[in-house]
Design a protein around this ligand. Structure first.
Ligand code: SF4
Ligand code: SF4
Length: 72
């Protein structure tokens, strides 16, 4: 699913804060979050912007950015 003008935010990962604990992975309904060996990846083309992942992160590493503020 491509981002369109109807999309509002992108989910970003602050890799300096992320401890790669994996807590956010199972809460994502469309499986948009992938845990790699040393970093976390969010597929914003799959993300449905449900915001379930942001509050579960113990280090506040996940944050949202308005689509208008980034080049996609
Ligand atoms: S906002 Fe929702 S769909 Fe997007 S990455 Fe977080 S949990 Fe997954
Ligand atoms: S819950 Fe936070 S610290 Fe844990 S993997 Fe996700 S973004 Fe990283």
């Amino acid at each position: 699913m491509k981002k369109t003008r109807q999309s509002h935010v992108l989910i970003m990962v602050n890799r300096d804060r992320c401890g790669v604990c994996g807590c956010c992975v199972p809460v994502c309904p469309p499986d948009a979050i992938t845990l790699h060996d040393a970093y976390l990846e969010v597929d914003n083309e799959t993300c449905t912007e449900c915001m379930k992942c942001i509050p579960v992160c113990p280090t506040n590493a996940l944050y949202e950015v308005p689509v208008e503020a980034v080049v996609v």
